[in-house]
Ligand binder design. Structure first.
Ligand code: FES
Length: 162
């Protein structure tokens, strides 16, 4: 269920658009849900749909189109490695495999300590910097050699005292 405080945040986003275009706030409302719950469940999609007078499927289409929306719980650090074709040609897949080996998980999985989730991503718009990856949907990392990948993972683990 959704709190009154969350509904108030939804309403602040809706107020940014003309009254007959409240659906334009769908991405912002989904972001609010993710900030508060960590992921966007089917139940949350229905709440957003109801709030914006949208069909639940239309909300689901947005959630599934943008891979920044988590459709299930993820680790504290979400690592998205670009494996689109230009990056494939410049070691993107090797970087993903290196992280799978280092973390002991497969792409799409989360480590048992809940720290890392490893995912593929679509083009991040930095093909010339491959291998590239995004950490927690915010921090772009370029030219990720195996050494740099190790440093990144070890550094993130160290911030958690592990
Ligand atoms: S294909 Fe990877 S950043 Fe463009």
């Amino acid at each position: 269920m959704i709190s009154d405080a969350t509904k108030a945040r939804f309403d602040r986003e809706v107020a940014k658009y003309p009254a007959d275009q409240k659906q334009s706030a769908v991405m912002a409302c989904l972001s609010i849900v993710q900030q508060e719950l960590g992921f966007v469940s089917a139940e949350s999609e229905k709440v957003v749909a109801q709030h914006l007078d949208m069909a639940p499927m239309a909300v689901h289409e947005v959630t599934t189109f943008y891979n920044m929306y988590n459709q299930r719980p993820v680790g504290k650090f979400k690592l998205n490695v670009c494996t689109n074709l230009p990056c494939q040609l410049r070691d993107g897949q090797k970087a993903l495999h290196h992280l799978e080996n280092k973390l002991g998980i497969h792409m799409g999985e989360t480590t048992s300590d809940g720290l890392f989730t490893l995912q593929q991503s679509e083009c991040l718009g930095a093909c010339a910097d491959s291998p590239v990856m995004l950490v927690n949907d915010r921090s772009m990392c370029s030219f990720m050699t195996n050494d740099k990948l190790d440093q990144l993972v070890d550094g993130l683990r160290a911030t958690e005292g592990k």
